[in-house]
Design a protein around this ligand. Structure first.
Ligand code: 4AD
Ligand code: MG
Length: 477
């Protein structure tokens, strides 16, 4: 008999029929009650074993972590906590588990411990829930753009361009590191490298994405992104996934509208599809909050926070207004910020972003029109000559979740900017062609997928929302 997934069994459509279920034992109580989980849902199905008819040998092997197959009738349960259960008639151990050594014991483990066991942590309730939500969120991303007629573009992972001009890239090479070929000037001869040039893992698909937007109108990318920034924070990964839509003829306001609508859609979609997982994570977060001092506790539960984002427009505030607010803020005056805001032009740190969102506006915020010299080269220069049409979306508990802009579509202005910043025109000849041939106003943004998953799951460390995190000094698994 083909097995039925636990999620479907718990819907109770096969009631009073013989069913088969396969999964992993979470707990086994009183030599009688198995809580079986197969990953289809956070909920376990209770399997009632007739211990008088089951050999002692078999009973001993039903331990936490073991893989089993059970066959029996699906009936209404008299026990509290579940509606249906399986009255087991046949039980097969598919794979034993060394119960004493199994790291995922039915008790609370620290997140640090679970990170060291990332290959098994997905067998816990929390990580099962997080990973199912991650999957649904990524489907929601495609769903949103596909339904709006965006074209999904797979931009290259290996590239010669530094899209963000930040220089924090992982080099890709097949040259022998212990014996690098040198040219006549004594420099490394990249002509001998695999691609005949210096290449990196991409920090963004935007530049290639723009070329497609200037033909297909509206596109999006969704792929892995790599940054060798040595920031060991709870919001940075060296390998993360980014979603980058790019739209021809959109200005910055259209860009903000798109980003807001998109974020609200994917959150709403996930709330509809994952009620059990979210409810579990909400409870988890409440527990965690209890251990914090009163002042640091969140005023809202997880679901309240998600609903808040759906029901309220994001506050749109210019960089200049934000600086005024920050300069006059209590933590700035009392020198509580690590970086004191003195003047216009300062780059905002995550402490400032979070102050604006969590303390001042108490709402997601879109900051726009940043000083040109703290933003990337491709952003459109405003008439004032000193700010660019940039926008960052800031979220509570996260800080920056989206970075985007209206792009500089004027060839001369763009070339001049690249010249000032020392960005090679030769290297980016193809990017400049989009401004040579049929240039037009266009805009786009990048959403850090893991930061979105952080927000939706209420987790606080980005290492806990990606299956196998890559961070400085850590590439296990
Ligand atoms: O602000 P960023 O650097 O923007 C870009 O890369 C643009 N090319 C996007 C565009 O306009 N198409 O990065 C975009 C987002 C950030 O807001 C953040 O959410 C996420 O990517 N991000 C990271 N997430 C995890 N770990 C890191 N190291 C990240 N760096 C950026
Ligand atoms: Mg940014």
């Amino acid at each position: 008999m083909r097995h039925t997934r636990v999620k479907d069994l718990l819907n109770g459509t096969n009631i009073l029929h013989e069913v088969n279920a396969k999964g992993w034992v979470r707990t086994f109580r009183n030599n009688q009650f198995i809580a079986l989980n197969d990953g289809s849902t956070i909920n376990n199905i209770q399997c009632v074993v007739n211990f008088e008819n089951t050999p002692e040998e078999t009973l001993k092997r039903i331990t936490t972590g073991a893989a089993i197959s059970v066959t029996g009738n699906l009936v209404e349960s008299k026990g509290a906590g579940q509606k249906y259960e399986i009255q087991v008639t046949k039980l097969k151990i598919l794979g034993d588990s060394d119960a004493e050594k199994f790291p995922m014991q039915p008790k609370k483990h620290s997140l640090e411990f679970l990170r060291e066991n990332a290959h098994l942590r997905v067998r816990t309730n929390a990580f099962g829930a997080i990973m199912r939500i991650r999957s649904v969120l990524s489907f929601a991303v495609h769903n949103y753009f596909q339904q709006k007629g965006f074209v999904y573009v797979n931009t290259p992972i290996i590239t010669g361009a530094d899209a963000e001009g930040a220089g924090e890239m992982f080099q890709v090479t097949s040259l022998p590191l212990e014996n690098l070929p040198k040219n006549e000037e004594g420099n490394i001869d990249y002509k001998k490298d695999f691609f005949g040039k210096h290449t990196n893992l991409t920090v963004s698909g935007q530049l290639e994405g723009e070329t497609f937007a200037m033909a297909l109108g509206q596109i999006y990318t969704f792929g892995p992104t790599f940054r060798a920034e040595n920031s060991n924070t709870s919001r940075h990964l060296a390998e993360f996934w980014m979603i980058e839509p790019e739209v021809a003829f959109n200005n910055l306001d259209d860009n903000m509208d798109l980003a807001e609508d998109f974020i609200q859609f994917v959150i709403k979609y996930t709330m509809e599809k994952c009620p059990d997982d979210l409810k579990f994570l909400e409870g988890r977060l409440l527990e965690e909050e209890k251990s914090k001092p009163q002042a640091e506790r969140s005023e809202m539960t997880l679901l309240e926070k998600l609903n808040f984002v759906l029901e309220n427009n994001f506050k749109r505030v210019s960089y200049t207004e934000a600086i005024d607010i920050l300069r006059d803020s209590t933590p700035n005056k009392k020198k509580k910020f690590q970086y004191i805001i003195n003047e216009w032009g300062a780059d905002l740190q995550s402490e400032h972003e979070r102050y604006l969102v969590e303390k001042h506006f108490k709402s997601p915020v879109i900051l726009f029109d940043y000083p040109a010299n703290i933003k990337a080269f491709y952003m459109r220069l405003n008439e004032d000559g000193k700010t660019v049409r940039a926008m960052d979306i800031l979220f509570p508990g996260i800080g920056e979740i989206v970075g985007g802009s209206q792009r500089e579509e004027r060839f001369d202005v763009l070339v001049e900017k690249m010249r000032v910043l020392g960005i090679s025109e030769e290297e980016l000849w193809w990017y400049l062609d989009t401004r040579r041939f049929g240039s037009a106003v266009h805009s786009g943004f990048g959403l850090g997928f893991e930061r979105l998953v952080l927000f939706v799951t209420g987790m606080t460390n980005i290492r806990d929302v990606i299956p196998f995190p890559r961070t400085p000094q850590n590439a296990d698994f």
